[in-house]
Design a protein around this ligand. Structure first.
Ligand SMILES: C[S@@+](CC[C@H](N)C(=O)[O-])C[C@H]1O[C@@H](n2cnc3c(N)ncnc32)[C@H](O)[C@@H]1O
Length: 385
């Protein structure tokens, strides 16, 4: 694997995180689960990928998310946001707001549409990103900054919209190997000064979940994949706090049968470093993103057993088209090629089946919302979950 060389400063940053990981492994008796490794690699205070200074988003970073690609994403999403706010309460919480670009674009568009929320709160684990979000919002929509606040934790009660784009994929996952003799948890040890994979018998809730998955999906022996206990627990936490309102979750992933398809025998774990995607999570910890696709069936099961209703599930493509992507594009005359062509190209990326259109899904979960959501008017695939 040949990847762009990091600077000496970046290497020192990664070395500090590696030392931290080694100490955690020692403290864990020589082994930690991969979920702990991923959690520290991404979120160890001041040292992790998201909590440290890595650039992360956009052309100069490691990957491009939909809000970073073009304002067309937020401008289109605004239609669904407005409907949910009108059906619940005029408040938004955005979780994991990245660079703050979605917040800035969405606020600007909601203002244009006469549907500004009374408050826009951001729940972000990374202090470094909180500072960046404030800067982006202050620079792009300064007159709306007073509506924006940052939360330290989930609120006790909330009514309105909870929005999370590419957040579930950034939550720590366990690695599981299904063998003929049982289920093993794949974790991390240190061998000859290097991180190394070591399997142990799975236990507790992870074992229960892995056995239930085996009964449903019949994985062949040696099958490796991820199990996210954190994402389901997080959704269930919202269920306990949400009054009237909805969670809108946008991420890449599949329903369970596709996620644990016999042919997907090496899982979906993926690392992103300077626009190169690869499968080596031990490479330069702290300098690269680590993600796993989302098992949307697991999300809906956790949500519904905690009291939320499934309001809609579909591809990003059908969701954006149902939300009026074509009308948003049509606001820029095609004769103005310099402005129109980049927007059209971004729109194509967002909906093309070969790009983000099919792999990315949108799921709405909620309470007290009886009206059909417009983003799922023609493409609801809830039955596939
Ligand atoms: C892949 S980035 C996506 C950023 C942004 N939403 C976007 O689309 O550009 C993942 C984000 O989720 C945040 N995050 C992950 N888990 C979180 C959690 N449990 N609570 C709040 N933020 C979280 C990370 O700090 C990061 O900002």
């Amino acid at each position: 694997m040949t990847l762009p060389a990091p600077t000496s400063e970046a290497l020192a940053f990664s070395a500090a995180l590696s030392d931290h990981l080694v100490r955690e492994i020692d403290a864990g008796g020589g082994w930690i689960g991969f979920d702990r490794f991923m959690d520290l690699a991404l979120y160890a205070p001041a040292k992790g990928y998201y909590s440290g200074g890595a650039h992360k988003f956009g052309a100069a970073g490691d990957f491009v998310t939909a809000p970073e690609l073009s304002p067309v994403f937020a401008q289109t999403l605004a239609a669904q946001v407005r409907q949910i706010l009108a059906l619940s309460a005029p408040q938004i919480i955005e979780v994991g707001a990245g660079s703050g670009q979605l917040a800035a674009d969405l606020l600007r568009e909601l203002e244009l549409r006469g549907g500004l929320p009374e408050s826009y709160a951001i729940l972000e684990l990374s202090g470094e990103l909180q500072a960046r979000q404030r800067q982006v919002i202050a620079a792009q929509v300064p007159h709306l900054l007073s509506r924006v606040s940052w939360l330290e934790r989930l609120p006790e009660r909330f009514a309105g919209l909870v929005l999370a784009n590419e957040v579930l994929d950034a939550m720590p996952v366990h690695l599981v190997v299904w063998n003929e003799t049982g289920v093993a948890e794949r974790g991390v040890a240190v061998t000859h000064g290097q991180f190394a994979w070591v399997d142990r018998p799975a236990s507790g809730r992870l074992r229960e979940r892995a056995l239930a998955l085996a009964a449903e999906c019949a994985m062949p022996p040696g099958y490796l994949s991820e199990v996210s206990l954190a994402a389901g627990a997080w959704v269930a936490e919202w269920a306990a706090r949400l009054g009237c309102g909805a969670l809108l979750l946008i991420d890449y992933g599949f329903p369970r049968r596709e996620y644990y398809h016999p042919q997907r025998s090496a899982g979906t774990l993926m690392c992103h470093y300077r626009h190169h995607a690869h499968g080596e999570p031990f490479y330069l910890p702290g300098l690269q993103d680590i993600t796993a696709h989302v098992d949307f069936t697991a999300i809906v099961e956790s949500a519904c057993s905690a009291g939320l209703d499934l309001l809609g599930y579909g591809t990003q493509s059908s969701f954006l088209l149902d939300c009026g992507l074509a009308a948003v594009l049509a606001r820029t005359p095609s004769s103005d090629a310099r402005r129109y062509l980049p927007l059209a190209s971004a729109a194509n990326k967002l909906v093309s089946p070969a790009e983000m259109g099919e792999l990315f899904k949108v799921m709405a979960l909620g309470k007290g919302i009886a009206e059909p959501l417009l983003g799922f008017a023609s493409g609801d695939r809830s039955r596939t979950l």
